[in-house]
Design a protein around this ligand. Structure first.
Ligand code: SAM
Length: 222
């Protein structure tokens, strides 16, 4: 019944602060119709990503984990007219749905969906001279989070923001004996951040329509 309350409050917050948006609604509908899992960020979380990108003044954004492009649209909407976003996705079917959703949202010109395992596409981006990115959103397979974070730092500049989703995982992140690869990935991320003078970070627990989870937010130092 706790979740019912979290969901009711999220509904209220979204109804009042996150106006309905045809392209975002259609992106979720098309994703569901194509059989994609409903593991996108919630609307009020998507708007938080949008706000952080706006506050940062991000004109070059990287996303790792596209799914149907729901969070991509939120981030893409924060871009200035000459801004660019690259989003990395392993599954060609997800990438296809996302590409259509981004097109419908009017973001085709500003976004590139790159297909392949991110551990292959990230070095590709670096070799092609992409970056520095002003903001990176990490939301793909959780076991590889520390590697993705390392690439995000490499592809950043001082002041760049890195956001990592799903770092609390129903509280299991605090279990030092966990053998869940996702928990191990998040715990290793936090150990690496602790030892990395190049970034300043914190993490926040969240509850809502997506359950009990959280995000880590980091800034690359001067
Ligand atoms: N950011 C999306 C949103 O909020 O709308 C949700 C992303 S979903 C949680 C994670 C995505 O990462 C899935 O589409 C999955 O196929 C993709 N993924 C999993 N492993 C990956 C990998 N090794 N490289 C790139 N993408 C991967």
């Amino acid at each position: 019944e706790q979740w019912v309350q979290w969901n009711t409050v999220d509904q209220y917050l979204t109804d009042t602060l996150v106006p309905a948006d045809a392209a975002l609604d259609e992106a979720l509908r098309a994703s569901e119709a194509a059989g994609l899992p409903a593991i996108n960020v919630a609307p009020n979380q998507g708007k938080l990503l949008n706000l952080i990108a706006l506050i940062r003044g991000a004109s070059n954004i990287l996303e790792i984990g596209t799914l149907g492009g729901y969070s991509t649209i939120w981030l893409g909407r924060a871009l200035p007219a000459d801004g660019q976003l690259i989003t990395l996705e392993y599954d060609p079917k997800h990438a296809e749905v996302a590409t259509a959703n981004l097109q419908r949202a009017g973001l085709a010109d500003k976004t590139e969906v790159r297909v392949g395992p991110a551990l292959d596409t990230l070095p590709q981006l670096a070799a092609e001279g992409h970056g520095p990115f002003d903001l990176t959103f990490i939301d793909a397979d959780k076991a590889n989070i520390p590697e993705y974070f390392g690439w995000a730092v490499k592809l950043s500049r001082p002041g760049s923001v890195i956001i990592v989703d799903n770092v609390v995982r129903n509280g299991t992140v605090a279990d030092p004996d966990s053998d869940d690869p996702a928990v191990l990935g998040v715990r290793r991320l936090h150990e690496e951040i602790k030892a990395e003078p190049k970034v300043t970070a914190t993490a926040i627990q969240t509850v809502g329509s997506k359950g009990y989870d959280g995000f880590t937010i980091a800034m690359v130092n001067d």
